[in-house]
Design a binder for this molecule. Structure first.
Ligand SMILES: Nc1ncnc2c1ncn2[C@@H]1O[C@H](COP(=O)(O)OP(=O)(O)OP(=O)(O)O)[C@@H](O)[C@H]1O
Ligand SMILES: [Mg+2]
Length: 222
């Protein structure tokens, strides 16, 4: 379970000017939930996701995962075992093949043997429908395919939580819908929580739970 309590985040621009990006945010997210943060540009969605992903530790308030403050986790363990992150811009490494990109997060860990890692990569690439693109490089893929590689990479370490910041933002509606379905199926099959950000109300409606972000505050319509 994720518990966010009275989270405040200000970006200090100068001694007299701070942008208050999150203003007293509290929220609980159950294990294996799938939910969307919906809100207009600048409302604080990415700020919130970056904090949840352990990428930003400069905030007031507490965020705990499974009863433990995320600041008390070893940052590398937290970012590898607890959360997997998918970005709007995919962030694949150009010189590496699809297979190498997916394997990247576990290259430095001892979680799997090499054989297990390769088997899981094949399994995930099969699930996202890209087994036959294993030896392609990102610039030999379409946008939707790149996003599917990014999803496989986020899942390679079997994280408990997937964080996805506008995972369909760069895709056409049909491909966006497919990506949402893929995230939904991993949510069910791998028992992973999926927290995604979107400004697309129609896509958000396909997600079981929606939390609206407005000027650094949350409201929930059940
Ligand atoms: N590094 C930063 N320094 C200063 N201000 C920032 C920084 N990052 C974000 N902000 C400000 O914080 C507020 C929230 O930004 P955030 O990126 O979280 O919005 P968002 O909801 O993700 O928007 P978008 O939909 O455009 O991605 C905005 O007003 C933004 O200008
Ligand atoms: Mg954003």
């Amino acid at each position: 379970m994720i518990r966010i309590t009275n989270l405040n985040k200000g970006y200090k621009m100068s001694p007299t000017n701070t942008v208050e990006a999150l203003k007293g945010v509290s929220l609980e997210i159950e294990d294996q939930e799938m939910m969307a943060f919906v809100g207009t540009s600048g409302s604080g969605k990415s700020t919130l996701l970056n904090i949840l992903g352990g990428l930003d530790r400069e905030y007031q308030g507490t965020v705990s995962v499974d009863g433990k403050d995320i600041k008390d986790y070893n940052p590398n363990v937290y970012r590898r075992k607890k959360v997997g992150t998918i970005f709007q811009q995919f962030h694949l490494l150009g010189p590496l093949t699809v297979e190498e990109n997916v394997l990247l997060p576990i290259r430095f860990g001892k979680q799997y043997s090499w054989k297990e890692a390769k088997d899981r990569t094949d399994y995930l690439l099969g699930k996202v429908g890209l087994l036959d693109r294993k030896h392609h490089r990102p610039n030999q893929l379409s946008g939707g395919q790149m996003q599917r590689v990014a999803i496989a990479r986020a899942l390679i370490s079997q994280p408990e939580i997937i964080l996805a910041d506008e995972p369909t933002g760069n895709l056409d509606t049909k491909t966006g819908t497919e990506i949402m379905e893929l995230l939904g199926s991993f949510n069910q099959e791998e028992n992973v929580s999926v927290l995604l950000v979107t400004h697309d109300q129609d896509l958000a409606k396909t997600v079981p739970r929606r939390v609206y972000v407005q000027d650094g505050k949350l409201t929930e319509n059940l």
